[in-house]
Design a protein around this ligand. Structure first.
Ligand SMILES: NC(=O)c1ccc[n+]([C@@H]2O[C@H](COP(=O)([O-])OP(=O)(O)OC[C@H]3O[C@@H](n4cnc5c(N)ncnc54)[C@H](O)[C@@H]3O)[C@@H](O)[C@H]2O)c1
Length: 376
C-alpha cells in the first residue's frame, strides 16, 4: 500500500488492533508492520486463512509480516487487560465489532452487548493504563436519518445529533457516546472515527454491496438490489485511504488535545462531537453538488459500473426483510480531517478496479464463503 509520512512515528510502538482478522484491521496491521510498529491483534476465533495472508501481495517475495496474535473476546475484561499489560500496549485501534447491519437486526442483544461492552472495556483499560492514544471505530450510520432535517441537513458534520435507530447504528451510537464521555470526563486521549462505506481487497462480509455484487457477477449470477433502495446515496472510501486516515489521526492525538488538554472545549456546542472525525472524501465547500463527487453513488450506479467491468447481468430486485431499516441518503462532510492535513488518494474507479482484481484472483478461496450471499 501507498505509505504515509514515513516519519518514524510508528517505529517500536506497541499497538493493539482489536478485531484483527477483520477487513479494516488486516490492512491496518499490514501498514503498521511496514512502519516498524509491533502490532498485537486480538481475534475471537480464527479462520482457516487469516485475512492478512489473503491480502498479501502475491508478487512480493517478502514473507507476510505476522503480528502477535492473542485469542481474546473483548467482552472478557480481565483477559483483555492482561493482553494490554503483557504487551505494554501504548496505542489502541478498536475495530472489533458486530459490524453487519442485517446480522445485527437478527441478533440485537449480542450486537449491543458486543459493540457497547467491548468498547467500554477498551476505554476502561485505556483510562486505567493511561494509554496515550486510542482510536474507536464508530460509523457514518451513527448519524442516522437527517434527510429532511432543516437544522442539520446533509452532509453530516461531527457536531450533529447521533440518531442511528436500527440495532447496529444504535450500538455504535452508544459506543461513540461512551468514547466522547471518556474523553471529556476522564481525558482519555481518544478519537472517534465515523467512516463512510469502506471498500477494497479483503472484505469478506458478503452482505455488503460491493463484495456481494462482485462475487455474484464473477459467479455469473444476477446481482441483488433491495426493493426501494435503488437510488439511496452512499459515500465510499477505499481501504488504503482509511488506513492512512486512522494512522494520521493517531499521529496527531497530542496535537489535537493540546498540552494538558488545552484544546478541549469545556461547554456548549463546541463539545458536540469534538472527539469525532468524519472519514470520507466529500466536503461541501469543495463540491456543492454531492452527486458530482466521485465517491458518492447510489446502489444502481455501483451495480452498473461493476456490470460493465465484470459481466453484464441485469440485477434482480428483492423484497427487504421486514425488520430491515435502510437509512436514506448518507454522506459526510470531511472538512475537519482535511483541514488537519489529510487527503484521500485513491479515486473510486481505481479502488473499484483493485477490488475486482483481488476478488477475481482469490475467487476459488472466496467462492465457498460467499455462496449463500450469491443469488441462485
Ligand atoms: N467496513 C465498513 O464499511 C465500515 C464503515 C464504517 C465503520 N466500520 C466499523 O469499522 C470496524 C471494522 O469493520 P470491518 O469492516 O473491518 O468489520 P469486520 O467484520 O471485517 O471485522 C470485525 C472483526 O471484529 C471481530 N470481533 C467482533 N466481536 C469481537 C469480540 N467480542 N472479541 C474479539 N473480536 C471480535 C470479528 O471476529 C471480526 O474479525 C467496525 O467497528 C465497523 O463497525 C466499518
Amino acid at each position: 500500500m501507498e505509505t504515509q509520512q514515513q516519519n518514524g512515528f510508528w517505529f517500536g510502538k506497541r499497538v493493539l488492533v482489536t478485531g484483527g482478522d477483520g477487513f479494516v484491521a488486516s490492512h491496518l496491521i499490514n501498514y503498521l508492520s511496514t512502519q516498524g510498529a509491533l502490532p498485537v491483534m486480538t481475534v475471537r476465533h480464527r479462520r482457516p486463512m487469516f485475512t492478512l495472508e489473503l491480502i498479501k501481495d502475491k508478487n512480493s517475495s517478502e514473507k507476510a509480516m505476522m503480528p502477535d496474535i492473542e485469542q481474546c473476546d473483548l467482552l472478557d475484561y480481565e483477559a483483555l487487560r492482561r493482553v494490554c499489560d503483557r504487551h505494554q500496549i501504548d496505542t489502541i485501534f478498536h475495530l472489533a465489532a458486530s459490524a453487519i447491519v442485517s446480522d445485527a437486526a437478527n441478533s440485537p442483544v449480542s450486537t449491543i452487548e458486543n459493540n457497547v461492552m467491548g468498547t467500554l472495556n477498551i476505554l476502561e483499560i485505556a483510562r486505567i493504563n493511561k494509554i496515550p492514544r486510542v482510536l474507536i471505530a464508530s460509523t457514518d450510520k451513527s448519524y442516522g436519518d437527517h434527510l429532511d432535517d432543516s437544522l442539520e441537513p446533509l452532509p453530516y458534520r461531527e457536531g450533529y445529533a447521533l440518531r442511528g435507530m436500527d440495532v447496529y447504528s444504535a450500538s455504535k451510537v452508544c459506543a461513540d457516546m461512551l468514547t466522547q464521555t471518556y474523553s471529556y470526563q476522564f481525558k482519555v486521549p481518544a478519537i472517534v472515527v465515523r467512516s463512510s462505506n469502506i471498500f477494497g481487497p479483503g472484505d469478506l462480509n458478503f452482505t455488503r454491496l460491493i463484495p456481494r455484487t462482485i462475487m455474484c457477477l464473477l459467479a455469473g449470477k444476477a446481482p441483488l438490489i433491495n426493493q426501494g433502495n435503488e437510488k439511496v446515496l452512499r459515500e465510499y472510501i477505499y481501504i488504503d485511504d482509511v488506513v492512512r486516515a486512522y494512522t494520521f489521526l493517531m499521529e496527531k492525538v497530542s496535537e489535537i488535545y493540546g498540552a494538558d488538554n488545552c484544546h478541549m472545549p469545556h461547554h456548549g456546542s463546541a463539545t458536540y462531537g469534538w472527539t469525532a472525525f468524519n472519514v470520507g472524501n466529500y466536503t461541501a465547500a469543495e463540491t456543492a453538488d454531492p452527486q458530482s463527487c466521485d465517491s458518492i453513488k447510489n446502489v444502481s450506479e455501483i451495480i452498473e459500473l461493476l456490470r460493465k467491468k465484470i459481466t453484464d447481468i441485469p440485477p434482480v430486485v428483492k423484497a427487504k426483510a421486514a425488520n430491515f431499516i435502510e437509512i436514506p441518503d448518507q454522506y459526510l462532510d470531511c472538512s475537519k480531517i482535511i483541514n488537519l492535513g489529510f487527503r484521500p488518494h485513491t479515486s473510486f474507479a481505481d479502488g473499484l478496479q483493485r477490488s475486482i482484481d483481488w476478488y477475481r484472483e482469490n475467487y476459488s478461496y472466496l467462492e465457498k464463503r460467499a455462496t449463500r450471499y450469491v443469488h441462485a
